[in-house]
Ligand binder design. Structure first.
Ligand SMILES: Cc1cc2nc3c(=O)[nH]c(=O)nc-3n(C[C@H](O)[C@H](O)[C@H](O)COP(=O)(O)OP(=O)(O)OC[C@H]3O[C@@H](n4cnc5c(N)ncnc54)[C@H](O)[C@@H]3O)c2cc1C
Length: 382
């Protein structure tokens, strides 16, 4: 164990080397800040490794329903900021030349128990009013184009998918090129905020930082408010590479207006990844024990939805992620812990929100402020 240099002080310590820590580290170090990333495990072995990486701007809570929950103005701002985050992710990956199999994909949102066909019509109006381009497809159009029977759907544009491991490692590598340091495996045992900086306590000694950012995924750090946040488990299968040259129109991302919902995408080697069956997280043993039952359900649902494809699982896995009642994360200063920031409660759009966190935190740490900081603040009242 090599101890840290005594009195070493950096601009920012980021706790967690998943996709959130990686994108935030790249963004801050590109601005010239001295950044240290610490992870108790190897980098990119948390939720990020399990992610199915559908990179969508559409938030888990439909715009029409979120408007009722938080007011139309706030709901539209949340949706627009999410759109901007996906666009920023695409541009940043391109400009940094990160090779992560990033592919442009539209997305198909099928009617379900949260929004039926009439609900989708209302949702179409809400999204169009907010400036989003969407197309409402009736059951016949969905069957003709996608081979899915008996479901109306909403088609929206310009989303992405990627290999999440390559994406996160790409950002982490670029951060290191800008001068960031990664220490792993190393656990941050505690942080002690002072009047001008924070002391980060580890078994390799203490590190002093102007700011600390918790990007610890579903392992919520002590002192960070949890109100409105919960942990969920989700199960996933990947089929064998499919033989058909085209699986459905545009091979768009597919998900449902249901609770919980099924989510699907096609990989570059033509496997169909299908996840869902989400449940509240109890513990890892119980989550892993449910795997055979969950996979069998996923296979059946996939076969029913897309009868032309071979639904049998070739790989299976599961994972845990945090979510919030608004389907949007908390990002910002931790109340009562000076110089400490946290990002948590990502839901199904975790990677989109990792990019959003990088934009927001870079603005806050650079002293520029961010016009949308109130939407994600831990102190928000909605
Ligand atoms: C199966 C599955 C499918 C998903 N599908 C999608 C999807 O399609 N699209 C999407 O956008 N999102 C999806 N998500 C969500 C998304 O993957 C997560 O939101 C995202 O990966 C979280 O990244 P993170 O960096 O915040 O957390 P993680 O990747 O979990 O990284 C956190 C890191 O913090 C470290 N850490 C924790 N505590 C400490 C400590 N005290 N000291 C040091 N290190 C510490 C951990 O070791 C870990 O490496 C999915 C998640 C799962 C599980």
């Amino acid at each position: 164990v090599v101890p840290f240099k005594v009195r070493q002080k950096v601009d920012a310590v980021i706790v967690g080397a998943g996709i959130s820590g990686a994108i935030v580290a790249e963004s801050l170090s590109a601005c010239g800040l001295r950044v240290v990333v610490i992870d108790r495990r190897a980098p990119v072995t948390g939720s990020t490794l399990a992610s199915t990486a559908l990179l969508q701007y559409e938030i888990d809570i439909p715009l029409s329903l979120l408007s009722k929950q938080v007011g139309r103005n706030r709901a539209e701002r949340l949706w627009r900021r999410s759109r901007m985050a996906v666009d920023a992710l695409r541009q940043r990956v391109r400009s940094l030349d990160i090779r992560c199999d990033m592919t442009a994909r539209d997305s198909l949102y099928l009617e379900g128990d949260v929004l039926d066909a009439d609900g989708l019509e209302v949702e179409t109006g809400a999204r169009r009013r907010a400036g989003f381009e969407v197309q409402l497809l009736d059951k016949q159009a969905v069957q003709n184009r996608f081979g899915i029977r008996g479901r109306a759907a909403l088609l929206s544009y310009d989303n992405l998918c990627a290999n999440p491991r390559k994406l996160a490692l790409g950002f982490l590598n670029r951060a290191c090129k800008h001068g960031a340091l990664v220490h792993s495996p190393l656990t941050v045992e505690s942080v002690e905020p002072g009047s001008t900086d924070v002391t980060v306590v580890t078994e390799r000694g203490d590190l002093r930082a102007k700011s600390v950012i918790f990007a610890t995924g579903y392992e919520l750090p002590k002192g960070v408010p949890r109100k409105g946040h919960s942990l969920n488990s989700t199960w996933v299968l990947a089929t064998k590479p499919q033989r058909l040259s085209s699986l459905w129109d545009g091979e768009c991302l597919i998900w449902e207006a249901s609770e919980p919902y099924l989510y699907l995408r096609v990989t570059t080697d033509r496997r169909v990844i299908c996840g869902g069956e989400d449940e509240d997280f109890v513990n890892e043993e119980l989550r892993d024990a449910l795997m055979p039952d969950k996979v069998s359900r996923l296979e059946k649902k996939l076969a029913k939805l897309l009868p032309r494809i071979d639904p049998r699982a070739d790989y299976t896995w599961c994972g845990t992620f945090g979510s919030a009642t608004t389907g949007t994360p908390s990002i910002g200063r931790v109340p009562g812990m000076p110089h400490c920031y946290a990002v948590l409660g990502y839901g199904g759009n975790g990677i989109t929100f990792s990019m959003l966190a990088a934009q927001l935190l870079t603005n806050l740490l650079q002293g520029r402020g961010d016009a949308d900081a109130d939407l994600y603040a831990f102190s928000r009242k909605f």
